[in-house]
Design a protein around this ligand. Sequence first.
Ligand code: NAD
Length: 247
Amino acid sequence: MTGGATGIGAALKEQLRERGDTVIVVDIRDADVHADLSTAEGRSAAIAGVRAMAPEGLDGLIACAGLGTHVKPPSLIAAVNYFGAVATIEGLRDLVAERRGSVLIVSSNSAPMMDADNAFVEACLAGDESAALALLEDGHTAYAGSKRALTQWMRRHVQDYAGAGVRINAVAPGITRTNMTDAVSKDPELGDAIRQFEAMTPLGGSAEPAQIANAMRFLLGDDADFICGAVLFVDGGTDALMRADSF
Ligand code: NAD
């Protein structure tokens, strides 16, 4: 998994290790494989590091590393959240296929807030990193746009991955109490928006990382063995609230 050092990734890592799984964490800190997924060199190091540790293949691959809306410059958000995730998944896909495993991306309930025909989203899906990053001026487009693009990338690759014996799915968390949301809530421009969002959540408030990890464990495991291309919102009902008639 990428992004297993803190937050949602750390909660999933703990649950998986507790039940006896071997988990390889790729992260910029506190990792088995130290790598900066915002750079081409870091992505190559991540792929080489995992290959060295799991030559027999992977039962699961979780692209969880991500940066929040508050991070500057916005291009860094997209470099990690979209391009880092896609590069890692593509670079390790054969190891997952070897064990007929499953891939899980971490989307967000903010993904549907960005239009599919947004120029940044289209540049991401075209695989043009320099054009995509050059289009970015604000954190919201970078964050919601990279989650929208990553989710569409997942949906577009269902057939291809399934043909190789690999299930691919997404979890789409709502606001979850992690370092990321802590930083966003302290941001003078974004803090109020996150508090308003929490206040309107149908189930009330925000999630604990373990609640997101529970859904991730389900999607990764054999109980979900006919689920492919799904986007599972774990958001206290906010996606349904915002777009009840779209699914
Ligand atoms: P977090 O900050 O606790 O975790 C992010 C992880 O990504 C950390 O371990 C961090 O070290 C790692 N990371 C950051 N930059 C990296 C880089 N350049 N290279 C490698 N690793 C890097 O935040 P979180 O909330 O647990 O986020 C996990 C995922 O969940 C992210 O993809 C995030 O977008 C998504 N998400 C979070 C929320 C939320 O409310 N917390 C909501 C929807 C989606």
